[in-house]
Design a binder for this molecule. Structure first.
Ligand SMILES: [Zn+2]
Length: 263
């Protein structure tokens, strides 16, 4: 297993979501690779910090007793089963916002990678973007509305997200719009436009201005790297956007520039 593959599998491995064979391969790689071992240690440090910072509450005895009662059989008025959704469950959003609050409140000293101290909120934003991207790529379909027609994609988001995405045609520059989806960043639903460049998928997250960790109007000139993925921040017209991809960092920066220039 190479570093790129290992890096993408670290988080699911840490969360115990891999089959035993794949997990063993990841562990074998970590045992032999200092870089990946460091990333795994950062995940462990984050989990430890969460355990220390987030308060735990013990349920009162009355509630515990009630939970042990047999569940009454469902009558005809029982709520219908909801269809399975691939959005993260609400507890995940709650956990994410608790973590954010905890890290801001406690001045969580947490390092991501060897590049020195990182501001917690913007690191958590990058972490969220990477997680959303990996979750979508791992899902059978990473696109909710499948269309290369930006006039179809943009209206599809109406009423679903706070900030409507600027659906920009970049096919002339080699970046093909394939559709979009609604995803979570922190506890918020945001629009994601999905582009393709060759075999590479680019997720373009369109974020509200007041997203924690968002750096005002500034944009990163080059790409930043996290878990083997490239991330680029651009202001596109009057919205803030982050692109995430396994594309080479220079190519993703070119995508960002094309995007910013096209508006
Ligand atoms: Zn490695």
């Amino acid at each position: 297993m190479d570093c790129r593959t290992a890096s993408m599998l670290l988080q699911p491995c840490f969360d115990g979501e891999l089959d035993e064979g794949t997990a063993a391969s990841v562990r074998a790689h970590i045992a032999a690779c200092a870089d990946c071992a460091r990333e795994m240690a950062a995940l462990q440090a984050l989990r430890d910090a969460m355990k220390r910072s987030v308060p735990r509450y013990t349920a009162p005895q009355s509630l515990r007793d009630r939970l042990k009662q047999p569940i009454p059989s469902a009558g005809p008025a029982a709520a219908p089963l909801r269809p399975a959704r691939r959005f993260p469950p609400p507890w995940l959003a709650i956990a994410a916002s608790l973590l954010l609050a905890a890290s801001l409140g406690a001045g969580l000293a947490w390092r991501w990678g060897p590049a020195g101290p990182a501001p917690a909120a913007s690191e958590l934003l990058l972490h969220d973007l990477v997680s959303s991207h990996l979750r979508a790529v791992a899902a059978s379909s990473s696109v909710d509305v499948l269309s290369s027609d930006r006039h179809t994609v943009r209206p599809w988001f109406a009423g679903k997200v706070e900030v409507a995405p600027p659906a920009i045609d970049l096919s002339a520059q080699g970046f093909e719009l394939v559709g979009g989806r609604v995803d979570y960043v922190g506890a918020r639903r945001v629009a994601v436009l999905v582009y393709k460049h060759g075999q590479h998928v680019i997720d373009l997250f369109v974020l509200p201005e007041d997203t924690p960790g968002m750096t005002g109007g500034e944009a990163t000139a080059g790409a930043v790297m996290r878990q083997g993925l490239s991330l680029v921040h651009r202001r596109v017209g009057d919205v803030q956007a982050w692109a995430v991809s396994d594309l080479d960092s220079k190519e993703l920066a070119a995508f960002g520039d094309a995007l910013a220039g096209a508006h």
